[in-house]
Ligand binder design. Sequence first.
Ligand SMILES: O=C(O)CCC(=O)C(=O)O
Ligand SMILES: [Fe+2]
Length: 221
Amino acid sequence: MTALFGTEVAPGAVHVPGWLDTERQRELVAACRAWATGPVPMRHTRLPLGGVMSVRTVCVGWHWQPYRYTRTADDVNGARVVGFPDWLRELGREAVADAYRDPAAGAAYAPDAALVNFYDEAARMGMHQDKDERSPAPVVSLSVGDTCVFRFGNTENRNRPYTDVELASGDLFVFGGPSRLAHHGVTRVHPGTADPATGLRAGRLNITLRTTGLSDGRDQP
Ligand SMILES: O=C(O)CCC(=O)C(=O)O
Ligand SMILES: [Fe+2]
């Protein structure tokens, strides 16, 4: 087991470098490759004002489109989103338990959605809040591939104060509690920093686990 000396970037926001070993990163890359092919293909999300996101995204458990979750990908091909696997929920539980050093918080964690984002070297993500979930449960973020600059800000606005954190392959970042609605984004990706042993030769994968707080038959309007 890796020694877990995470850094608290803000209250409730913990960075644990090197949390995933190479084998687990390889497994995640393989899972993301499979999800990227369907039933809903990985694609650039269209924004309501006509823009498209520079990252490519595929969802697991619930489909996210700006700014709601549904079971079917109505903005892509109408297909039902792939099911959320038990092993991914278990990984999320381990992540929360380790980052917060709180086994009970880990055991209570029950994510039901994941967003898988792929960044090529030009992709970015603007400052935003993850606020389409109806649950205060933490977000678990796992990174594989090229190192990026992850900007972790405040709950008030997109501006300072913020902290720039380098997220490298295998890193875990958990944000919950008072940081759950903090603004955050990715300001750049450092090309050529990935370890090819993960199976991802170029670019960056980020997987965020979320708890939607939704149940079937009650899709968000
Ligand atoms: O890529 C990252 O590290 C962050 C992704 C993110 O903020 C999101 O998907 O909402
Ligand atoms: Fe986010």
